[in-house]
Design a protein around this ligand. Structure first.
Ligand code: HEM
Length: 247
């Protein structure tokens, strides 16, 4: 009886270890890493759209009321807080895996050639995803320090609507974008984001095996439109605020 129990335990442990090694093998294989990059990239693409819709409220001519109420909701709602942790983890995984993939690709490249001619079919963006991603990462650090850190840990100006006291994040953003060099940093970063997305969007679908005569051209068109419209609207916010807040 006890022997049977021990054997059962041993076998189920073995099965568990086999499952684990399958999972770790998949996650550390080249394809597994690319799949992770694609899935996290697609999640971040959706985040950008949601983030943009929220930020477009900065363009409302209401002294920042709609934006401040939205920001309060985003920082106090329990479900959104949990989604935020998922978002930070996704950014982290996307960045860490991009570093691993770049290193592995670099070490797999024949070192005898000092210069390898880029293939005719690869785009400028696809060959420079690492550089584009690095610039976006630097932007993200500056961006989070400017707004997110201030909102969470800084001493914020306050405002009140109908007797309700809330943090005046609009004023912090407006003050930042009243300085021309902030606007230049943001607009430049959005150009890099546009190029990063222009390759990343369609490449994510390709890695996930969605490669079809009929659908791929459509995905490529949506990807191109997305990579122009989303960063374009993000860039419009600091430009618009610079002119309206300084007039
Ligand atoms: C004009 C462009 C943008 C403006 C005005 C803007 C504004 C803001 C503001 C005000 C916050 C703080 C909100 C809060 O703590 O509730 C924030 C957070 C954040 N932003 Fe942006 N943003 C812009 C573009 C971007 C871009 C392009 C990215 C990504 C590449 C990005 C990524 C983030 C992230 C990850 C957070 C933290 C979100 C969270 O805590 O849930 N932002 N942004």
């Amino acid at each position: 009886m006890q022997q049977n129990f021990l054997r059962y335990n041993f076998e189920s442990n073995l099965e568990y270890l086999n499952d684990m090694s399958w999972l770790t093998k998949t996650l550390s294989s080249s394809l597994g890493r690319k799949v992770i990059m694609s899935l996290t990239g697609l999640f971040l693409i959706i985040f950008l759209l949601v983030h943009l819709i929220g930020n477009l409220q900065l363009l409302k001519d209401d002294g920042g009321q709609a934006f401040n109420i939205y920001a309060k909701f985003m920082t106090t709602n329990g479900l959104i807080k949990v989604s935020s942790y998922l978002l930070y983890a996704t950014f982290l995984i996307h960045i860490v895996y991009s570093i691993i993939l770049t290193r592995v690709n670099r070490s797999a490249r024949p070192s005898s050639y000092a210069y390898s001619k880029p293939s005719g079919s690869s785009s400028l963006s696809s060959r420079n995803m690492g550089i584009l991603g690095t610039v976006i990462f630097i932007f993200l650090v500056i961006h989070l320090q400017n707004f997110w850190y201030q909102m969470k840990f800084g001493s914020m100006p306050m405002t009140s609507y109908g007797g309700m006291e809330i943090k005046d994040l609009y004023r912090v953003v407006a003050e930042a974008f009243s300085q021309w060099w902030y606007v230049v940093v943001y607009v430049t970063a959005m150009v890099f984001l546009a190029f990063h997305l222009s390759h990343g969007f369609q490449s994510a679908f390709q890695t996930l095996g969605i490669n079809h005569k009929k659908y791929t051209p459509f995905i490529q068109k949506v990807g191109l439109a997305y990579s122009i419209v989303i960063p374009g609207l993000f860039a419009l916010i600091p430009i618009y605020m610079f002119f309206t807040c300084n007039s």
